[in-house]
Design a protein around this ligand. Structure first.
Ligand code: HEC
Ligand code: HEC
Length: 255
């Protein structure tokens, strides 16, 4: 009887130690990281601010402004491009240009969920509902072929006063924050960017540098004259006609 009691007491002690070990013990095995400050696996990062900072800020600028590539903190741009297309662009990049593909399925490092979080975060963080004020901007994609000759005329109407008669640049108004404006017909510049990127800027403007959107003169005293989709397409065709076969080489080697 006493022996049995002793045995069962011992058994339950062993069991108790076992339960203790199972519930807490393993967490104290030396060398095993404890539940300290959580460092997420790269795949688990879903916060827009972190994803943007780590993947986009170097080219598109901290806070979506003043980077080398198109400013993304532009509510008009975000309204024109839309969240679905943002997701596609982020996933697949712009082939042949400096915008890399980010989705794992396209050779990048981000999961589909992370790509979706970026697209959604761009719109939520920097978009502004109602920014188009009921006006219809030209569509993101061109629908007709462009005509460079008509484009030159439209350029003279809408762009020359800031960019110079031939796109060569201008000293700029010293009072404006933009200052000197560089050439937009330089062959090295045009080689780096796609027709679509020129279209996006022409439609959405560059608010951080005082370049107006397709509605053109809204801010000035003159009555606003908005650009049509065809005028945007033609201006892009005119700019594209300035691309050279040998960008950046003044003396191409003779064939
Ligand atoms: C009110 C002045 C203004 C008008 C009008 C204007 N822009 Fe601009 N644009 C700017 C400024 C300022 C910049 C920034 C220039 C710089 O950083 O060298 C700029 C930049 C650009 C860029 C990018 C250049 C770069 O270095 O990335 C393109 C392309 C461009 N404009 C095209 C156009 C076209 C096409 C039109 C006409 C539809 C137009 N702009 C009308 C002021 C203007
Ligand atoms: C290495 C530089 C670089 C990085 C990093 C980069 N981009 Fe870009 N991005 C570019 C360039 C350059 C373009 C213009 C490509 C072209 O000519 O069409 C561009 C284009 C885009 C466009 C399309 C603009 C248009 O014309 O409508 C979007 C949207 C965009 N990037 C979003 C992002 C986001 C979001 C990230 C981060 C996940 C990112 N980019 C990271 C360089 C970069």
């Amino acid at each position: 009887m006493r022996l049995a009691t002793l045995k069962s007491a011992r058994n339950s002690a062993v069991a108790l130690v076992g339960v203790c070990f199972a519930s807490l013990g393993c967490n104290h095995i030396p060398g095993r990281p404890g539940p300290g400050p959580a460092v997420l696996r790269p795949d688990d990062v879903l916060a827009f601010a972190t994803l943007y900072k780590e993947n986009c800020a170097a080219c598109h600028g901290e806070n979506g402004k003043n980077g080398a590539a198109l400013p993304l903190a532009n509510p008009v741009y975000l309204a024109v491009v839309g969240e679905d297309r943002l997701r596609q662009i982020i996933a697949n990049g712009v082939p042949g240009k400096l915008m890399p593909p980010f989705a794992k399925s396209a050779g990048g490092m981000l999961t589909d969920q992370q790509v979706a979080s970026l697209a959604q975060g761009l719109v939520r963080t920097w978009g502004r509902p109602g920014v188009l004020a009921g006006q219809n901007p030209p569509p993101y994609l061109a629908t007709q072929p462009g005509d460079p000759i008509r484009g030159q005329q439209a350029y003279a109407t809408f762009c020359a006063r800031c960019h110079g008669a031939a796109g060569e640049g201008a000293p700029g108004d010293p009072k404006s924050k933009s200052g000197k404006i560089g050439s937009i017909v330089d062959s090295s510049y045009l080689a780096l960017i796609s027709d679509q990127n020129l279209r996006s800027m022409t439609i959405a403007g560059l608010p951080d540098r005082d370049m107006p959107d397709w509605r053109s003169d809204l801010a000035s005293s003159k009555p606003a004259q908005a650009m049509t989709s065809q005028q945007v397409t033609d201006i892009v065709a005119w700019l594209a006609s300035k691309r050279s076969v040998n960008p950046g080489q003044p003396y191409p080697t003779q064939p």
